[in-house]
Design a protein around this ligand. Structure first.
Ligand code: FAD
Length: 564
């Protein structure tokens, strides 16, 4: 097996080839997902990731960023790479022409995996720029779009998603930052925290896409969306102070900032009081981008572990030369498990991207809504699946490397540190699971889940383990829908249900790989990972369905004996 960037580009192309629903996209937008163009773009992305970005991984981890005279400073290599990367037009991939290149989301998502493999910290600046541009195009007046969108897409200026506050993390409805209107201007004051690239010197102007309270209504109903630039039109500062740059476990090249806003001028985006709904446009794109972030880091860890396992020799007959550790059954088990996590997370990312592209392209309102329902069911699976794939595969890689894996001589400990935050930001695992139960099951009555099951069943004919996993998922989801009146029961089992959804969706990807993946080197490599996964699918779907159904009973040990 080989894991060069170019091999990865070929695997990604094969995933695009076997994507479900390609015929539907072809009808809506003929030629949009052209495979030979996709292959060429992926090869180019692989080359850029390998030559321009790969060296940054270690540099950004070791040198990070520093706060000097109230501003975040990055290292020279970071600036050079950002300018080169943005200059090549990679930020404008998904935005429609003429502003962007109008590439389809599955292809964009595939390229993002390659960039994240090279340096997830570096790519943390790209995602808000391109998803922020999409948000502005949808919500901002034309003059603001004209000023901002092309500059964001060229990397000349930058953007943040600016939601979190000290008392408003998962609970966005508790945001206290206030926006008031004065002389026709919006002035914003408050404290935001953990803002990625909240300040830096890679661009002279940063647009904070921010939620602030402009109405005296409780919860999210009082929140509006603003664009708050770091500097005013004339270049003067806009009342934004960097209070702190966090020292953190990983992602050292991505400055995580606490920001203070004092009467900072902002522009209202969309309708007042509908800030959270408007921001969903950006959040959906950012959640989708979490998928390739995860599979990108996971693929880096797999590549390191696979290579090491061929070279490192231990064990075998004492009188003979020690054998490569890759010859041991237990190491093979770990390598296959890692390969499966990468391959299936990758496939699921691209399916979700395809469904989002269908929603984008669809001209029929009902059809569009149906695609969105399916996309919203898939996105927590993609977001959380990618996140844990990155962490688990990195942890497995440390294990395969043994003591060497724990040292800084090898990059796998960095991947592990970088990945640990993936199941936390953009909504924790627990919040994704609650979203699944509250919104997808209780509010949407399981419509997205039903659409998923119907599609996946088409590939389960010769795979009883997938058919059974889908049955179990349907039964479990039905029980959860009935538990609406006893929410604690459902909430206690929500992460197990989320895991069951992820498992069934990965089973679907595995089924398509085995059936359609081809028998050349790329196809064989993918099928090996898929077959390993399918051998465990029945056991694991049984376990997760039972675990989810335990519900509140799992929490019984918390109860004080005698009811005191
Ligand atoms: C490196 C990094 C970068 C970040 N970048 C950004 C950024 O660019 N922009 C931005 O706005 N934010 C950013 N964040 C913030 C991030 O989105 C939040 O950390 C995340 O949403 C969780 O909020 P919290 O940390 O306050 O955790 P909390 O909300 O305090 O949650 C703590 C724990 O309690 C659980 N929990 C909370 N509420 C519930 C509930 N109702 N039911 C069940 N369980 C619950 C959570 O699942 C979690 O396990 C970043 C954070 C980090 C660490």
């Amino acid at each position: 097996m080989d894991f060069s960037y170019s091999d990865q580009a070929q695997a990604l192309r094969r995933h695009l080839e076997i994507l479900p629903l390609r015929d539907r996209l072809e009808k809506l937008a003929p030629g949009l997902l052209d495979l030979s163009i996709s292959g060429a773009v992926l090869e180019q992305a692989a080359r850029v990731a390998d030559t321009e970005l790969e060296p940054l991984g270690t540099i950004l981890d070791r040198e990070g960023v520093r706060l000097k005279e109230g501003h975040v400073r990055t290292v020279a290599a970071h600036k050079t790479a950002w300018q080169a990367f943005a200059g090549m037009g990679w930020l404008a991939m998904s935005v429609a022409e003429p502003m962007g290149q109008g590439l389809p989301l599955p292809l964009v998502t595939a390229c993002e995996e390659l960039f994240n493999r090279a340096s997830a910290a570096f790519y943390m600046l790209a995602t808000p720029a391109r998803s922020g541009a999409a948000l502005l195009l949808e919500t901002a007046p034309q003059s603001l779009c004209e000023t901002w969108v092309s500059r964001l897409l060229s990397g000349e200026w930058a953007a943040t998603i600016c939601i979190s506050e000290p008392d408003a993390g998962s609970d966005v409805g508790r945001i206290r930052t206030r926006a008031r209107r004065e002389d026709g201007r919006w002035l914003i004051s408050g404290e935001k925290c953990w803002i990625s690239f909240g300040d830096h010197d890679l661009a002279p102007r940063i647009g904070h896409l921010m939620l602030a309270r402009s109405l005296d209504k409780p919860g999210a109903r009082g929140l509006s969306l603003f664009l708050v630039p770091s500097t005013l039109e004339d270049g003067a500062p806009n009342g934004i102070a960097v209070r702190r740059v966090e020292e953190k476990l990983g992602l050292h090249g991505s400055p995580t900032c606490a920001l203070g806003f004092e009467d900072s001028e902002g522009y209202l985006l969309g309708e007042e009081g509908r800030g959270l709904q408007h921001l969903f446009r950006m959040m959906l794109l950012m959640r989708l981008a979490c998928g390739p972030q995860g599979s990108g880091v996971a693929s880096a860890a797999l590549s390191a572990a696979w290579g090491y396992a061929q070279d490192r020799r231990q064990g075998g007959a004492p009188e003979q030369r020690a054998v490569p550790i890759a010859a041991h059954a237990d190491v093979q088990r770990q390598l296959l498990a890692m390969a499966a996590k990468v391959e299936l997370a990758r496939g699921l990312n691209l399916i979700a991207a395809m469904v989002m592209e269908l929603a984008e392209q669809s001209t029929d309102a009902t059809e569009r809504e149906e695609w969105m329902m399916l996309a919203q069911f898939l996105l927590p699976l993609v977001k959380d699946g990618g996140a844990w794939a990155a962490f688990e595969v990195s942890s497995d890689a440390v294990q395969v490397l043994g003591g060497a894996g724990y040292t800084r001589e090898w990059p796998v400990e960095r991947y592990l540190r970088d990945a640990r935050v993936f199941p936390i930001f953009e909504g924790t695992t627990g919040i994704q699971a609650l979203d699944l139960v509250h919104r997808r099951l209780w509010r949407d009555r399981g419509a997205g889940l039903a659409a998923f099951v119907a599609l996946a069943r088409q590939d389960s004919e010769d795979l009883p383990q997938l058919a059974v996993a889908l049955d179990r998922l349907e039964q479990t989801a039905r029980a959860f829908i009935e538990w609406e009146a006893t929410p604690r029961r459902a909430e206690a089992g929500a992460t197990a249900l989320l895991d069951l959804c992820k498992l069934a969706a990965q089973g679907w990807v595995a089924a398509r790989i085995v059936r359609l993946g081809g028998d050349d080197e790329t196809g064989r490599q993918m099928a090996m990972a898929a077959r390993f996964f399918l051998a465990e699918l029945d056991l694991r779907s049984d376990y997760l369905a039972r675990l989810a159904m335990l519900g509140e009973a799992r929490l019984a040990p918390l109860e004080v004996p005698g009811g005191e």
